[in-house]
Design a protein around this ligand. Structure first.
Ligand code: GMT
Length: 381
């Protein structure tokens, strides 16, 4: 099939999922066209089956806000026509589903019927999309999608509670590619980060408020008071500076390494022992899954869809949001001896393998086939 994928090209989870999905589809012989404002960060390989179409937004001084949706829908119309695209898959409702629907309607005028699949990722529903200034448009574009998917049962429930949805929502969980992790990294240089006797704890996020970055620091602070440990903080975002200041205040700067955004998180996770994800809300927690496939145990909150990924007492532990004390107790339970830690690491890996792309990709292919088969249905009603 010829699939056009719209996503954010940045380090956010939705962009990563969309990119990895596109790469896997291309490997299965589909022709994939990414349409976005920059080449997605995880897409370093353009090939016969993978194309990238950049959306340009011409600046005009009259506009206080440059109209990205307009440029995106026009680019979609052109791409779909030129390349004979079969299905349009938009990741993250805002503004992608809205722009996608406009493209679909413009194409209908020319007798081209393109089905649109919208995948909901989390903050497009629970934080941003739910804002009264956006809600009517988000609600409308979800209902106008031919097929709606969500990345967890929890997100499906939130969507049905927060919006007035008339569409069926199909849950298709996020995934990882297990085959990439079956060979051990030979260049996994633990010694670059920590001493032999130190445990390595990692947090990866976009450092937004929902990630509760101060909780990460406080959990680590208590851990390092009891056992030798280092904290590796990966990512960029608005809370990062405050996090650095907090480390200074707690006098732990020599034990905390801030790395910024990285395209090589597997190289960081391969020497990590424990991953911290104390988020306020999290529709899925892709970062936790990526940690688990790298054999890293997870201490997390029980928010949103995290319990669908991290299992209490199996791959790690879950606590109430904000319960730093419980997270510290649980972390120390995991880290207390090598044998216990090894058990958690292995079970985290085994659990992560159930989210292998080879189990998940056919679900998307199924959805594409269904949408393509029924592409005239709504247009003719
Ligand atoms: O976590 C973020 O703030 C980024 C956001 C995104 O859309 O890129 O992540 C959301 O989508 C990810 C991929 O489906 C999920 O794994 C994250 O849990 C979800 N984030 C939230 O719900 C806060």
């Amino acid at each position: 099939m010829k699939v056009a994928i719209v996503c954010y090209p940045t380090f956010g989870g939705s962009g990563v999922v969309a990119t990895e999905l596109g790469i896997a589809l291309a490997q299965r012989g589909h022709e994939v066209h990414f349409v976005t404002y920059k080449q997605p960060v995880r897409l370093d390989l353009l090939s016969k089956n993978i194309h990238f179409h950049e959306v340009h937004v011409p600046e005009y001084p009259l506009f206080h806000y440059q109209p990205y949706e307009l440029a995106l829908s026009s680019k979609l119309v052109d791409t779909i026509k030129i390349f004979g695209i079969d299905v349009l898959h938009v990741h993250y409702a805002i503004p992608h589903a809205y722009a996608g629907y406009m493209a679909k309607k413009m194409l209908e005028e020319e007798g081209i019927f393109i089905p649109m699949i919208t995948t909901l990722h989390g903050t497009d529903i629970t934080l941003v999309g739910n804002h009264p200034f956006y809600k009517p448009a988000v609600n409308f574009s979800i209902n106008k999608s031919d097929i709606v998917t969500s990345v967890s049962e929890s997100l499906k429930k939130d969507t049905l509670e927060l919006f007035d949805i008339t569409r069926e929502i199909t849950v298709i969980p996020n995934f990882i590619d297990k085959s990439k992790y079956t060979q051990e990294f030979t260049e996994c240089q633990r010694s670059m980060m920590a001493e032999e006797d130190e445990r390595i704890i990692t947090h990866i996020s976009n450092f937004r408020k929902v990630k509760r970055v101060p909780d990460v620091i406080h959990i680590f602070y208590e851990i390092q008071r009891q056992i030798p440990a280092k904290l590796v903080m990966v990512g960029e975002g608005p809370e990062k500076e405050k996090a650095e200041l907090l480390c200074e205040r707690l006098d732990i700067t020599d034990k905390v390494i801030f790395l910024g955004n990285s395209n090589e998180i597997d190289r960081i996770l391969c020497f990590s022992d424990l991953f911290l994800l104390p988020s306020e809300t999290e529709s899925f927690g892709l970062a936790a899954l990526e940690a688990m496939i790298n054999k890293v145990a997870v201490i997390s909150s029980n928010a949103g869809g995290i319990p669908e990924v991290n299992k209490h007492g199996v791959s790690g532990y879950l606590s109430e949001v904000g319960d730093v004390e419980d997270m510290v107790t649980n972390a120390l339970k995991i880290l207390k001896d090598d044998k216990t830690l090894e058990g958690f690491k292995q079970r985290a890996f085994d659990l992560a393998c159930t989210f292998d792309i080879h189990n998940i990709l056919p679900m998307y292919e199924e959805v594409y086939k269904k949408a393509y088969k029924e592409r005239f249905k709504d247009a003719l009603n």
